[in-house]
Design a protein around this ligand. Structure first.
Ligand SMILES: [Zn+2]
Length: 303
């Protein structure tokens, strides 16, 4: 029991914990890729990996989510904060920020969910809807299986988009906050299985983006995921919501960290991120007051 609780703790901490994740900046969309197979072009997503099929796309979502060109040697590209281009036009609003919510659930947490632990956070989603805040949810396949109606609801609401956070929420490189490690030969399957689980719920707004559990990756994992066509997405603002008990402190940390183009990592998991909803309740009006507009990752990446 204790061991499971500790593992759960580690798992969530590993998803945007207090440490700054290793950062790597690659070419922005449309920029030449040093050694990518198609310099200057966004990479097409593998049909089986990420992009919604044309038939499943809502009419108002006809525009394909952008992806980055592969990195050197075809490695999975990594997207981070997109600094706005200097704009001479007064009044142009470059103050955009993407709130991202990781729906963590590790493969072995089923018994805890059965025992009544809430890995979901419907109140948070409702708040985002009421506040009309677009957001990207990085969902594990295990979470989608546990909460299929919520996954479908999120994934059919144009306000949101669902990205991939692996099936099991295990580490793609080590060390990674003590998470169990995915074997290299299973990495691609972890991503594909998560997309399958998410789509099986009926979710349609599924984008070909992937967040490494804990933000932990290396060249081997980037190589292993290259065939899936995903773009990995990191973050520059850690909300510190994992295991936080002080919503004011979480909100302040976000407000202190956000710059134009920021990517904020938070969680959509009540049991281990219990003050996130309250923090968001504070953050949203405060950022709007500063002139910020909330965007999904796909819009941020589009620039
Ligand atoms: Zn996570």
């Amino acid at each position: 029991m204790t061991a499971l609780a500790i593992l759960g703790g580690v798992a969530l901490t590993g998803c945007g914990g207090p440490e700054t994740p290793r950062a790597e900046t690659l070419a922005p969309p449309g920029s030449p890729s040093p050694a990518g197979p198609s310099p200057g072009r966004a990479s097409p997503a593998s049909p089986s990996a990420g992009s919604p099929s044309p038939a499943a796309s809502a009419p108002d979502r006809a525009e394909k989510p952008p992806t980055l060109a592969p990195g050197p040697a075809g490695l999975t590209p990594v997207f981070e904060r997109r600094a706005p281009a200097p704009s001479p036009s007064p009044g142009r609003n470059d103050k955009v920020v993407a709130l991202t919510f990781d729906a963590d659930m590790t493969a072995d947490q089923g018994p805890r969910a059965e025992a009544g632990e809430h890995f979901d956070n419907p109140g948070l989603i409702s708040l985002l809807r009421r506040s009309k805040v677009p957001a990207t949810v990085f969902m594990t396949g295990r979470w989608a299986e546990e909460y299929p109606s919520q996954a479908r609801s999120i994934g059919t609401d144009p306000l949101f988009e669902i990205a991939n956070h692996s099936y099991s929420h295990y580490a793609f490189s080590t060390p990674c906050y003590g998470l169990p490690t995915v074997e290299e030969g299973e990495m691609r399957g972890e991503v594909e299985r998560a997309f399958d689980a998410i789509r099986a719920t009926g979710a349609r707004q599924v984008v070909p983006y992937f967040r490494f559990p804990g933000g932990c990756y290396d060249d081997a994992s980037r190589k292993a995921l290259a065939p899936t066509g995903v773009t990995a997405v990191q973050w520059d603002v850690v909300s510190g919501d994992a295991f936080a008990t002080d919503a004011d402190a979480v909100a302040q940390q976000v407000l202190d960290g956000v710059e134009p183009g920021s990517l904020v990592v938070m969680h959509c998991t009540r049991s281990a991120a219990p003050v996130t909803e309250e923090a968001v309740r504070q953050v949203v009006p405060a950022l709007r007051e500063r002139g910020y507009r909330f965007v999904k990752v796909s819009e941020l990446m589009r620039g």
